[in-house]
Write a protein that binds this ligand. Structure first.
Ligand code: FES
Length: 83
C-alpha cells in the first residue's frame, strides 16, 4: 500500500515548465514556502511562480521579468522597439 503522500513513479506527476528568462509554470494547486516561514497558496489551473524576484506579487509572477535594464551598446538589448 502506498502512503497518502507518496505516488507511484509517473502517476499523477505534477508538470513544471520553466519559461526561459521567466517564471516556472506549475500545473494545479501550488503552495510555496516563503523566506519568512509563511506560505502562499494558489488554486489556479496553472500557476506562474516568479524566479527573477522582481515581481511585486512575489512569489507569483506579475510579468516584471519582461522589463529589461537599459543596455545602450550598439546591438544591445536596449536597442530597438520596447516590447
Ligand atoms: S518571473 Fe515573472 S516577474 Fe519574476
Amino acid at each position: 500500500m502506498t502512503a497518502p503522500d507518496e505516488r507511484p513513479a509517473g502517476a499523477g506527476a505534477r508538470r513544471v515548465r520553466p519559461v526561459p528568462g521567466g517564471p516556472l509554470l506549475i500545473e494545479g494547486p501550488v503552495e510555496v514556502e516563503l523566506p519568512d516561514g509563511g506560505t502562499a497558496r494558489s488554486d489556479r489551473f496553472v500557476t506562474a511562480v516568479c524566479t527573477c524576484r522582481r515581481s511585486r506579487r512575489y512569489p507569483w509572477c506579475d510579468t516584471s521579468h519582461r522589463r529589461r535594464s537599459r543596455d545602450r551598446s550598439p546591438g544591445g538589448p536596449g536597442e530597438g522597439p520596447q516590447q
